[in-house]
Ligand binder design. Structure first.
Ligand code: PLP
Length: 385
């Protein structure tokens, strides 16, 4: 099936790269759990398949699907989000190049850049990415890449992808957007001018907290070729079974993101104005900084919500340990609701850096259970504080 428009998002999510099996008619393409492929004669590869670090049909399917849902020409899938990011950074940069990242990027992204790529020779600095003047002021002659995340984690800051991409391109930079929080069902950065989208497919794309994976999507042949070479040469590929689970997740992405957004809005309604809550961070709130930009670049506001507790860190900890349906765990984007205390969990690695988060903050990944049950659970935990 052709993967590009005129087909709409849900159609592509279900069909792109998913042709039925021509030998049996199986509607679901087989999982090619095979590390190597028989050659017809020396060098006589069947449809290009040789060894699974290079290519595997199940991974190919996922890669075509990833490209299609993000509206890019090339998709590359990896063993984890960070494996994808590592390949992208090392494929496009040389020692001496400078990368400017948002000051609220995923903690693991900052750790990778700061502790692995900086010693390798990459220069790194961070900036308030939603402030265009600050971004302009932080550029250096050796800057090669802008890296942003919107909505960001955990403060749900919004960056204008179109404006930052335009600014980056004025200076010949590669603009990378981590689209993990919104997912392509709600936001497509390539259509807004970004050069590369990265994902932790572990989160909304997989959607069921049962698989780890990452992706790079781009329409640039050159970027795809360089990242593809590193994918093959360094080998952090996604395995066939993981690729299959991710494909299965993506098929329902549009429905799930609508349900996540509905439920998050219901939970936000219950949190706003509760006396135990100092502030709610959700891009759908009209008073949220960047709400207007979010309105323009997102179809809905997604399932991630953060709240600051009026009672400080001890109240935040008690709330995070006091919910029942919202289970205390890292990660996000699954069908089940999770609660996380960033200062000591997801963001422990950025303590003492410019990415440090407030210690009275709790982050919710609002799942797709019944909204009333989630609201009751959150409200009960607040009432007990
Ligand atoms: C989880 C996450 C990552 C890292 O992905 P892994 O699959 O855990 O390696 C990167 N960016 C964001 C926004 C994430 O939430």
């Amino acid at each position: 099936m052709s993967q590009q428009p005129p087909f709409g998002f849900a159609t592509r999510a279900i069909h792109a790269g998913q042709a039925f099996d021509p030998t049996t008619g199986a509607v679901i393409p087989p999982v090619y759990q095979s590390s190597t492929f028989v050659q017809e004669h020396i060098g006589g590869l069947r449809q290009g398949y040789e060894y699974a670090r290079g290519t595997n049909p199940t991974r190919d399917s996922l890669q075509q699907l990833l490209a299609s849902v993000e509206g890019g020409r090339h998709g590359l899938s990896f063993a984890s989000g960070l494996a994808a990011e590592d390949a992208l950074l090392r494929a496009l940069l040389r020692p001496g190049d400078h990368v400017l990242m948002g000051n609220d990027v995923y903690g693991g992204t900052h750790r990778l850049a700061n502790q692995i790529l900086r010693p390798w020779g990459m220069a790194l600095s961070t900036v308030e990415m939603s402030d265009l003047d600050a971004v302009r002021g932080a550029l250096r002659p050796e800057t090669r890449m802008l890296w942003l995340e919107t909505p960001s984690n955990p403060l749900m800051k919004i960056t204008d992808i179109e404006a930052v991409s335009a600014l980056g391109h004025e200076h010949g930079l590669v603009v990378v957007v981590d689209n993990t929080f919104a997912s392509p069902a709600l936001q497509t950065p390539l259509a807004l001018g970004a050069d590369v989208v990265v994902h932790s497919t572990t989160k909304y794309l997989g959607g069921h907290s049962d698989v780890l994976g990452g992706a790079v999507v781009t329409s640039s042949d050159e970027i795809a070729e360089r990242v593809g070479f590193l994918q093959f040469a360094a080998g952090a590929v996604s395995a066939p079974w993981e690729a299959f689970l991710t494909i299965r997740g993506i098929k329902t992405l549009k429905l799930r993101m609508a349900a996540h957004s509905d439920n998050a809005e219901a939970v936000v309604d219950a949190l706003v104005g509760h006396p135990a809550v100092e502030r709610v961070y959700y891009p759908g709130l009209s008073e949220h900084p960047g709400h207007d930009v979010a309105c323009r670049q997102m179809a809905r506001y997604g399932g991630m919500v953060a709240l600051a507790l009026a009672g400080g860190p001890s109240a935040a900890r008690r709330f995070a340990e006091g919910t029942q349906l919202f289970q205390l765990a890292e990660s996000l984007g699954g069908v089940e609701s999770l609660v996380n205390y960033p200062a000591e969990m997801t963001h422990a690695s950025v303590r003492g850096t410019e990415l440090e988060v407030p210690d009275n903050l709790v982050r919710l990944s609002v799942g797709i259970e019944e909204a009333d049950d989630l609201v009751a659970d959150a409200r009960a935990a607040l009432d007990r504080l």
